[in-house]
Design a protein around this ligand. Sequence first.
Ligand SMILES: *[C@@H]1O[C@H](CO)[C@@H](O)[C@H](O)[C@H]1NC(C)=O
Ligand SMILES: *[C@@H]1O[C@H](CO)[C@@H](O)[C@H](O)[C@H]1NC(C)=O
Ligand SMILES: *[C@@H]1O[C@H](CO)[C@@H](O)[C@H](O)[C@H]1NC(C)=O
Ligand SMILES: *[C@@H]1O[C@H](CO)[C@@H](O)[C@H](O)[C@H]1NC(C)=O
Length: 234
Amino acid sequence: MAGEVSGGGGRVLLATVALVVLTAAASASAQTCSPEADTLRVFRNSLRGPGGDPPRWLDEWVTNPFPCGGGGDAPQWIGIRRCAGGHVVAIDLEGLGLEGAAPDLRILAPLQGLRSLSLAGNNLTGAFPDVSPLPALKSFFLARNNLSGEIPDGAFAALRGLQKLDLSDNAFTGRIPSSMATSGRLIDVNLSNNNFSGPVPDGLLRLGANLHVQGEFARHGICGTRKGKICSKD
Ligand SMILES: *[C@@H]1O[C@H](CO)[C@@H](O)[C@H](O)[C@H]1NC(C)=O
Ligand SMILES: *[C@@H]1O[C@H](CO)[C@@H](O)[C@H](O)[C@H]1NC(C)=O
Ligand SMILES: *[C@@H]1O[C@H](CO)[C@@H](O)[C@H](O)[C@H]1NC(C)=O
Ligand SMILES: *[C@@H]1O[C@H](CO)[C@@H](O)[C@H](O)[C@H]1NC(C)=O
């Protein structure tokens, strides 16, 4: 609109400026633009280390342009565990001293190749994060944090291909969510050392020795497992 008020010469000048800006933007994006890198940077910015800022370990997520290199299969960044065809497949942010609430996992939803996420061994507090934005996850590890409260019964309903889940060594309470057994592909579930109570969902019982609930039965009313007590009929 400014072009129309400033007359013919102004219009030419504006058009020239626009062309220069567009050309510069196009060449910059050819060199550094990676949608997955941008997504991961937003995720990094949402994380808090002991000083209240994103952990220093993750600085190279800003300085190094691509999370996956070498033909797209070689992880380039700390915390990126596996890549395939230029897509991030596994993120491992274990033991980085992350603090505060668990991160908002909706941020990672654009990573179509993501199958494994670990935030284990940090100092995360508060509620179980909403994991439904990542329905394709096969592995989800939150062990050894300080997360607490009840997990909604439908929390895992979207994760139809889940294979491995580790929530051990937190302070979760209440019933074990029945949706935890949604996936027909479960291999290993570790709920040890929480404060869950009540019956173990049937779908988890068929995991047998690959369902770990050590510490639960002794402290609380977990029932129905091989080692736990028989569920009472009330
Ligand atoms: C958690 O925080 C405490 C106290 O700030 C600290 O001593 C401990 O090392 C932290 N643990 C991890 C795994 O970051
Ligand atoms: C977990 O949180 C409680 C209360 O906020 C705190 O006392 C405890 O040290 C924390 N544990 C760890 C391992 O950070
Ligand atoms: C399950 O979690 C507990 C507590 O962290 C740990 O001691 C145990 O080794 C885990 N079991 C498996 C099979 O990973
Ligand atoms: C677990 O439950 C016991 C018994 O009610 C309680 O003393 C303990 O503080 C709880 N632990 C956590 C981590 O919530």
